[in-house]
Design a protein around this ligand. Sequence first.
Ligand code: MF3
Ligand code: CO
Length: 247
Amino acid sequence: MGVTSGADLRAMETCGRIVRKALDEMMGFIAPGVTTLQIERVGREVIDAEGASPSFLGYNGYPAAVCVSLNDEVVHGIPSPARTVRSGDLVSIDIGAYKDGFHGDAADTVAVGLVTPEARMLLETVYEARGRGIKAARAGSRIGDIGAAIQEYVESQGFSVVRALVGHGIGRKLHEPPQVPNFGRSGKGMKLGEGLAMAIEPMICLGGFGVRTLADRWTVVTEDGALSAHAEHTIVVSGSSPMILTA
Ligand code: MF3
Ligand code: CO
């Protein structure tokens, strides 16, 4: 559980900046007709050019540098030359960068062309939920405060929060304690100390929150086939507002 300050914090800030740049370049590239593998290439090139390495490649055997998940795919979609993005799709891109001993991790979901009003609402809700979760991550607050803030907001908008996957501490390892659920009760769980680095990453659904993993052993999809969206930032807890390293 990393307490991040000084040179460690500066290294994590660098990782966060690289992750942001890669996400921005991938988002600028996404358009009808591009493949998910081409999207991954764009992100991977940024990481390479910055002298960093992709956090996900080889992690538990994951075969790519980026996760690209479309529509009912929640997370961990494997980039493929056979998968083409079309107008009306929701595309979630998730990327991690490792440099000078530390990781950064973030995700965004974007609408391609014209999407349904429900899809548009789902997107707005996942970003607002991430923002509310981050705001709740103050020194002296508890892990449950983050999940409660996210869950209350998402459910008030009529959507559901995935239970099977959670956010996480981050630092010298991509995944460190504590686990950071996107649901829960305020006042419960571990107390947050200044310098704690975490990835806060709500995954929300238009339908039910049940998920399953495809035969490729990675891609997580909604059980009911309804749309899903994901947004993630790496943050560091401070006395006041958290620092957002991937903003
Ligand atoms: N950003 C995701 C996470 O925090 C993806 C990592 S899974 C990997 O868990 F295997 F692709 F690395
Ligand atoms: Co993460």
